[in-house]
Every structure is written in structure tokens, then in C-alpha cells.
Design a protein around this ligand. Structure first.
Ligand code: 6PG
Length: 256
């Protein structure tokens, strides 16, 4: 287990937490985690499905994909998906897919047909969610959405992807036929409100999940999810099949 790592239990599910001095070190360690997962997976399989997080936390990691680690990325075998996106066109400044294209996809030698962006041009949003769910079902041949790795951020309110507390996304974990993709609305004041998001059942069928959590604004949410015995925030319900890791910088971890 790398240094500065310790094992916690989140709703009784084991997770490895690694602390880093700052976002730069966190991002390089995250790149190493992604590359190691790709190397292991591609020893026995011919493709790696990576679900990208939205927001600002992963952007430095994405830049590293296209520059520092470009030559090590097995681009021909990588398939990209999104954990959520705002229901805006790719060119909109709030678009998660737009930010990822700007940060690395537009500069990377990844075949266009391997980039599976959320269809935010399809109306209404509920139909866009159905179309993306069908994309995922086809990719996995009708089986469960066992993404090789899901990258996730954490909101100050404990949301992840676009699974906000007021939506009570954990209820899907009790529903045998729960959707894998949903059109949802962020809380008032969180713009853009209309979103598409993977649901907890889809996230939890993944083999691995890696949270990227920098910054003091996340301190309370980090404390609640990682350091209280029975957290109830949406991010606490992410329990992938094989590995769960939380990469947190010192600012988000706080003292003590
Ligand atoms: C989104 C993200 C969301 C994000 C958190 C953290 O579409 O906004 O998917 O879940 O990861 O809100 O956002 P920052 O990384 O910008 O702090």
C-alpha cells in the first residue's frame, strides 16, 4: 500500500484514502492509478472503459493524459464515458464533455468512436438519458455496466456525479430495475440545473471508483463521508465491485 494511505470503512465498505499535499501531486498519483488499472485490465482484455468525472477537480489529471502521460496511455483500447453532464451543448462553458475535450480528448489519438459523450442535444432530457443507457447496454452486450474505472468528484454538499442529496439516489439501490442513467435537476442555485447522470446502481457495478477531492471547500463533506461512522451523503453509497479509492489533498482533509 503506497505511503500516506490508510484504510477506512464507508458504510462498512472498505476504501483506501490517500492524502496529498496539493492538487498537482494528487493529479499525478491519480494518473498513475489510472495507468496501472489500464495495464492490469489490458493484460487479459482488449478494451478499458473509463468514466470521466465532471467539474474542475479532474481537469489537471485530464491535461496530464494529453501531455506528461500521453505516450503511456493505451489510447487504441480506451473507451471514454461520462458519470454526468450538464444538459448543455458541448461548446457551452458549463459542459463537462466540453471541458474534457479541451483538456485532452481533442489532442489525444483516441478514435472518435471510442468517446461516448452524453447526448445532451437529444430532447427531452429523459429521452437523452434513455439513449445513453442504451449506449451503455450495447457496450456491455446487455450485461451489467461493469466499467473498468469510474472517476468521481465530490460536491461540498456530498453529491457526486449529479446525484444530489435531495434526490435520495440511494433509493435506486433497493430497486431491481433501477435506471442506469437519469435526467435530474440540481438544487435551486446550482446552475445549470438540468443534468444527466449515472445512477448509483450503474456506478456500483463498476470494478473500480476513484474520487478526486481537492480543496478546503470539501472539508466538511470529506469529514462526513470518510470520518463519521454512518454517513448518509450520496458519495457514501458508491461501492464498486473491486476497489474504492479516495484521493484527497491536505486542504480537503483538514487538520487532526
Ligand atoms: C459536475 C460534477 C460534480 C463535481 C462536483 C465537484 O458535473 O459538477 O460531476 O459531481 O464532481 O460538483 O465539482 P468541482 O470538482 O468543480 O469542485
Amino acid at each position: 500500500m503506497p505511503e500516506n494511505t490508510h484504510r477506512v470503512r464507508i458504510r462498512d465498505y472498505p476504501a483506501d484514502v490517500r492524502r496529498f499535499a496539493n492538487l498537482e501531486r494528487l493529479s499525478h498519483a491519480a494518473a498513475a492509478y489510472v495507468l496501472a488499472a489500464m495495464e492490469t485490465t489490458l493484460e487479459t482484455r482488449d478494451r478499458f472503459s473509463l468514466v470521466l468525472a465532471g467539474g474542475s477537480s479532474p481537469l489537471r489529471l485530464y491535461e496530464l493524459f494529453a501531455d506528461t502521460y500521453r505516450a503511456r496511455m493505451p489510447w487504441a483500447h480506451v473507451h471514454l464515458f461520462w458519470g454526468d453532464d450538464r444538459y448543455v451543448p458541448r461548446g457551452h462553458p458549463d459542459s463537462n464533455q466540453g471541458a474534457a475535450y479541451d483538456a485532452f480528448i481533442s489532442q489525444a489519438p483516441i478514435p472518435a468512436e471510442q468517446v461516448h459523450a452524453m447526448p445532451t442535444k437529444i430532447a427531452p432530457p429523459a429521452q437523452a438519458a434513455e439513449v445513453y443507457e442504451e449506449t451503455i447496454r450495447r457496450f456491455f452486450g446487455g450485461g451489467p455496466p461493469s466499467f473498468d474505472l469510474v472517476l468521481l468528484g465530490l460536491g461540498a454538499d456530498g453529491h457526486t456525479a449529479s446525484l444530489f442529496p435531495h434526490l435520495h439516489p440511494e433509493r435506486h439501490l433497493e430497486e431491481p430495475d433501477a435506471p442506469w442513467v437519469q435526467a435530474v435537476e440540481a438544487p435551486p442555485g446550482v446552475e445549470p440545473r438540468q443534468r444527466l447522470t449515472l445512477t448509483l446502481p450503474a456506478l456500483n457495478h463498476a470494478r473500480r471508483a476513484l474520487f478526486l477531492v481537492p480543496g478546503a471547500s470539501k472539508r466538511d463533506a470529506v469529514h462526513t463521508v470518510l470520518r463519521t461512522p454512518d454517513p448518509t451523503l450520496p458519495a457514501a453509497y458508491v461501492h464498486p465491485q473491486d476497489e474504492l479509492a479516495w484521493y484527497v489533498d491536505d486542504a480537503a482533509w483538514g487538520e487532526g
